[in-house]
Design a protein around this ligand. Structure first.
Ligand SMILES: NC(=O)c1ccc[n+]([C@@H]2O[C@H](COP(=O)([O-])OP(=O)(O)OC[C@H]3O[C@@H](n4cnc5c(N)ncnc54)[C@H](OP(=O)(O)O)[C@@H]3O)[C@@H](O)[C@H]2O)c1
Length: 342
């Protein structure tokens, strides 16, 4: 059994980790921490996790093989060193280990608490970095918008289908903003409302740009694509739908584009190139990403619609996929659930 700790089980991603790991056949959750809820039983905070009940403790004392950090940026980087010293591998849900360039991190998030660890971290998107993740000790689990956005455009960039000027327009449910109370996520602010935000720059833009540059360069190109990214808040609980746009480079039929996407994702257990436009409810509660590429013949433009559940493939499910990879377990273990519908 792999001994796993969850640092901060009391947020949405921490609770979702516990939901998935409680039924993982090769994992024993040995510790789950909280800050303001330390000392309570888990079922007092999350009645849905009654059958995974345990004490919420203030800090991990027992050794574990893998520790998930489900904390805000900065708090994660501060929590990592003592856990690494015990020999634990780290899978971090925050942005602290996602950006490889320290200057870019500090431009968006301020001073990094443990900059020396950044070069040792691996970006935890299995579809692009599987081999590095398997050998990694610190995994920066991708953000929710970045997961949907990168998976929608990486095949087109690597295959040279599009010119490197990209637009991603994405919509997220409110759980993407976390469980911490904020005015913007009150029912009366969100219900019957749609809001574009981060218009002067959103923190996920550099993360998406970093990975799309890798896909572009793997296709034999130099430089990096330019990227406009606009997120929107939608009145629903879970889900992200990203629509990506890019001008075609040369003449491509939709059949050729779909073949290139199907080849790229041929061996991926959780990405499906679908035949009809996907909705967020097609992947609800699952670790799938559905990707739908099409061509706008009037403008010679590629359009790609992708959907994920932000708390599963966009966070905790992908983190468990990474746990399976770092521990040498079958990649889909504990994640075989089909989406629930309606
Ligand atoms: N929500 C998503 O869809 C999503 C997706 C991908 C990645 N992420 C990332 O995952 C991380 C966790 O997100 P979340 O949505 O689970 O957050 P959340 O639901 O808002 O929960 C945040 C939790 O962090 C605790 N907390 C805040 N500051 C802390 C600190 N300095 N030390 C210890 N605990 C602290 C809070 O507990 P108390 O205040 O009660 O102590 C609260 O339980 C974030 O970095 C987020 O960006 C989230």
């Amino acid at each position: 059994m792999i001994r796993v700790g969850i640092v901060n089980v009391t947020g949405y991603t921490g609770a979702e980790l516990m939901r998935i790991l409680a039924r993982h056949p090769e994992v024993k959750v040995t510790a789950a921490t909280g800050r303001s809820d330390a000392g309570k039983r888990l079922r007092q905070v999350f009645p849905s996790l009654r059958d995974a009940d345990r004490d919420i403790i203030p800090a991990i004392v027992e050794d574990c093989d893998v520790a998930f950090l489900a904390l805000p940026a900065h708090a994660s980087a501060e929590a990592a060193p003592p856990l690494l010293q015990t020999g634990a591998k780290i899978i971090d849900m925050s942005a602290d280990f996602r950006l490889s360039d320290l200057a870019v991190y500090e431009q968006w998030y301020g001073t990094h608490p443990t900059p020396g660890l950044l070069p040792k971290a691996v970006y935890g998107l299995p579809e692009l970095h599987r081999g590095e993740i398997m050998a990694g000790n610190i995994i920066g689990n991708p953000g929710c918008y970045p997961t949907a956005s990168i998976l929608s455009l990486a095949p087109a960039l690597q295959a040279g289908i599009v010119k490197p000027r990209l637009i991603v327009d994405a919509k997220s449910g409110v759980s993407g903003a976390g469980r911490t109370l904020k005015l913007e996520s009150h029912f009366s602010e969100v219900d019957e409302n749609v809001t574009a935000y981060g218009l002067d720059g959103h923190r996920h833009q550099p993360e998406i740009a970093q990975e799309l540059a890798i896909a572009w360069q793997r296709g034999g190109h130099s430089g990096a694509p330019s990227l406009t990214f606009v997120p929107h808040l939608i009145p629903m609980t879970r889900g992200i739908l990203a629509t990506a746009y890019a001008d075609l480079d040369g003449s491509w039929t939709v059949e050729q584009v779909r073949d290139a996407y199907k080849t790229f994702y041929a061996n991926e257990p959780f990405v499906r190139v679908v035949d009809t436009p996907p909705s967020t409810k097609h992947v609800w509660g699952s670790n799938y990403c559905f990707v739908y590429p099409l061509i706008d013949k009037r403008t010679d433009r590629l359009i790609v619609v992708s959907v994920i559940d932000n708390l599963v493939k966009g966070a905790s499910g992908q983190a468990v996929q990474n746990l399976n990879l770092v521990c040498g377990l079958p990649e889909t273990m504990g994640l075989e659930t089909l989406p629930f519908y309606p």
